[in-house]
Design a protein around this ligand. Sequence first.
Ligand SMILES: [Zn+2]
Ligand SMILES: [Zn+2]
Length: 166
Amino acid sequence: MRIEGSCHCGRVRFSCEAYAPVPYQYCYCSICRKTAGGSGSAINLGAYADTLDVDGREHLGIYHAKIRDGDTCTISSGERHFCTGCGSALWLFDPEWPELVHPHASAIDTPLPEAPERMHILLDSKANWVRVPRGPNDRHAQHYPDESLEDWHRRHGLLEAREGRR
Ligand SMILES: [Zn+2]
Ligand SMILES: [Zn+2]
């Protein structure tokens, strides 16, 4: 499924082909909360990196998150792309998985499929004031889930087949 996105000020526009277009996974970690998620969570989708087209590349900034664990601090290899004009979080690219790109659902303008089940993850680092939905279709994980974006989409019959490989 081809999805199109943009930042809030409009300097950056992008599109890519998503294999995992359903916004089901709400991440409550401090990186998502502070860089992308005002309500305490952010949602990444899965797409193919070689299908990413970008207009306004000169306005992109990249943030490498600092991950603190006790007294140690490591720098994430993940490249969190954002607009330097307005601050919108756009997508994550990690050179460790060079074939993939993970757009933020919040930046996507194409209507996305509604999730039949929502997964709330990294609850061990959520802010205390955030209320997490606990309905019949909400699932919860204290840390990272065992199931990948691809596996979740496959289990629900929602995995998108790749069109026209380049
Ligand atoms: Zn912008
Ligand atoms: Zn997160």
